[in-house]
Design a protein around this ligand. Structure first.
Ligand SMILES: C[S@@+](CC[C@H](N)C(=O)[O-])C[C@H]1O[C@@H](n2cnc3c(N)ncnc32)[C@H](O)[C@@H]1O
Length: 190
């Protein structure tokens, strides 16, 4: 999945992550698919409650020269101090967290004023055949992909989370996984 994600999202991640500060918090880091886009020497605090991903995270941190701290807290309650972070990143995570609104409130809480939340997320389709496919596959998809919800309106959740400035760009993921074609990327400033 790492190389597939790299092929489909790599160019976008390069642009979005180009000017991140040297210390970053990441929600749901998984196996570390975003590490190759961080500057070598960057510090990454990975908020990743799934212990089965931690060995891969450490391997990728060594490979890409990342100074890694893993926290097994959930995105909804990271345990990090308020207003202590310059940037939070998240790729394909708000589809899976238990409570997206609480996770976004937590992102705002830990960001310093002016700090950035940089994201790429797949979202529910507003209409048309992809919406029908998402509705049809919602339950089995959630079962197979570890709680992943196909139909979340994550753009509205981010817009409603109280950030000072929000820029969201919808785009099409493409490829074989049609239910996750509708995606958004962007930056929300605390
Ligand atoms: C689809 S994977 C995405 C992984 C990685 N960000 C990527 O782009 O490949 C979703 C990740 O979110 C993590 N996750 C699930 N619930 C979470 C929560 N409440 N807080 C933080 N991470 C969570 C999962 O363990 C998983 O690693």
């Amino acid at each position: 999945m790492d190389s597939y994600s790299h092929r489909r999202l790599g160019a976008r991640k390069k642009v979005l992550f180009a000017d991140l500060p040297p210390a970053v918090v990441e929600l749901g880091s998984g196996a570390g698919a975003s590490m190759r886009y961080l500057e070598p020497g960057s510090r990454l605090v990975a908020i990743e409650p799934n212990p089965h991903t931690h060995d891969a995270l450490r391997r990728n941190a060594a490979r890409y020269g990342i100074d890694l701290e893993i926290r097994d807290d959930p995105a909804e309650s990271t345990g990090l101090p308020s207003a202590s972070v310059d940037a939070v990143i998240s790729t394909l995570v708000l589809c899976t967290v238990e409570d997206p609104a609480a996770s976004l409130a937590e992102v705002r809480r830990i960001l310093r004023p002016g700090g950035r939340f940089v994201f790429i997320e797949h979202v529910g389709s507003g209409s048309g055949p992809i919406r029908a496919v998402q509705r049809l596959l919602r339950r089995p998809w959630r079962y197979v992909f570890d709680g992943c919800c196909l139909d979340r309106d994550t753009a509205s959740s981010i817009a409603a989370a109280g950030f000072a400035d929000v820029r969201i760009e919808p785009f099409r993921f493409g490829g074989v996984f049609v239910p996750v074609w509708p995606q958004i990327s962007g930056v929300a400033v605390a």
